[in-house]
Ligand binder design. Structure first.
Ligand code: ZN
Length: 369
């Protein structure tokens, strides 16, 4: 038995962002607070979206850190209440979207962001219209949000069907100006979403189809998009890949590469996509042993076997200047035990098809010394 539940109203296409005012009207939404990445405000892009809304976006909150903190979420929730907004527009990368989703829940639940992270059940949230500007985190179609608790030094996810955005406007045009380094890291995250979905205990024919298509698009277009940001076909391909991978892991959750990534980000400040890519090539080999379908999928993607696919991902990381050794991240042999413990404590580790235990995860990290 498998289930596929996906309530997000997705609008995909070049220039779709110009319709945001009309889409708000369709839903009877009258007043929005926008959560936007700071550089989108500085570049004037957030102002343009405000204009497209026909005055319905009444305020903008742009002080969201790369991994939204509880304080960031609390500040947005406060602004929403003050403005009397009936929805939140999330404009930016994963952090803006995650912050908006968590704030939408905090407002409706009448609780603090800290309570959400400690397991306060989330039954309802304000409608969120997610507008991703990177390709991408897929957060526009998922029911989770990753938050960081700075005091406790942890990065953890909250989940609830109520956290699905009401609408996602995926407009490839918004990604044209993303710098090469960010394109590379977020694009590797797309590959990690696709292969994590295929490596999940919850993988189904439906999620495999989406993940396989996403992986194929990302393998065809990521290098092109990094090399030449104005390559529209490549940007479109990556926007599609990001959305499809998001739809896949919205059902399966993420697995090994993401479970291993959180500690690299929270303790060593490695950007999310780079942190997931760090062990992705190794996880592919491990998971193909537990799920032979991965060998078949590697062939469908044009590789001789899963080893060749894993090698290609390793080469892409090198080409993009990603760090591939723990020493480059400032992690040494004496840290292996503690990063392994952290990875094992991630809830998505249990979601991974190959149950290799603590020793197996330790071996993966050790191979990256
Ligand atoms: Zn990710």
């Amino acid at each position: 038995m498998w289930r596929f539940y996906q309530p997000v109203d997705v609008r995909f296409g070049e220039g779709e962002i110009r319709q945001i005012g009309r889409y708000m009207d369709e839903r009877g939404l009258k007043k929005a607070l926008m959560v936007a990445d700071a550089f989108l405000v500085e570049s004037g892009m957030a102002g343009k979206v405000k204009d497209y809304s026909g005055g319905k976006i009444v305020d903008v909150s742009s002080d969201v850190e790369p991994n939204p903190t509880l304080k960031n979420v609390a500040d947005v929730a406060e602004k929403v209440k003050k403005a009397g907004a009936d929805c939140i527009i999330a404009f930016g990368g994963g952090s803006a979207m995650d912050c908006a989703k968590a704030a939408a829940a905090a407002v409706r639940e009448g609780c603090s962001p800290g309570a959400l992270l400690s397991g306060h059940p989330i039954a309802c949230a304000l409608p969120v219209i997610a507008v991703p500007t990177t390709a991408g985190t897929g957060s526009e179609v998922t029911a989770g949000a990753v938050l960081s608790d700075k005091e406790k030094g942890i990065k953890a996810a909250i989940f609830s069907p109520a956290l699905f955005p009401a609408m996602a406007i995926v407009d490839p045009e918004l990604t044209y100006t993303v710098p090469a380094k960010v394109t590379a890291a977020t694009g590797l995250d797309v590959l990690a979403h696709a292969f994590d979905a295929m490596s999940s205990v919850k993988a189904s024919e439906a999620t495999d189809a989406l993940a396989l298509k996403a992986a194929g698009l990302a393998l065809s277009y990521l290098e092109r998009a990094v090399e030449d940001g104005s390559d529209q076909e490549a940007r479109q391909g990556m926007a599609k890949a990001s959305l499809l991978a998001g739809l896949a892991f919205s059902q399966t959750g993420t697995t090994g590469s993401h479970a291993c990534s959180y500690i690299l980000t929270s303790r060593y400040h490695v950007p999310h996509g780079e942190a997931c890519a760090f062990t992705l090539d190794a996880w592919l080999l491990v998971n193909a042993k537990a799920r032979p379908a991965l060998e078949q999928y590697a062939k469908e993607l044009g590789f001789g076997d899963v080893q060749a696919l894993s090698d290609r991902i390793a080469r892409m990381k090198g080409l993009f200047g990603m760090r591939t050794k723990l020493s480059e991240l400032g992690i040494w042999a004496e840290d292996l035990e503690s990063i392994t413990d952290a990875a094992m404590s991630s809830s998505n580790m249990a979601n991974n098809i190959a149950q290799i235990g603590r020793e197996g995860v330790y071996t993966i990290f050790k191979s990256k010394l």
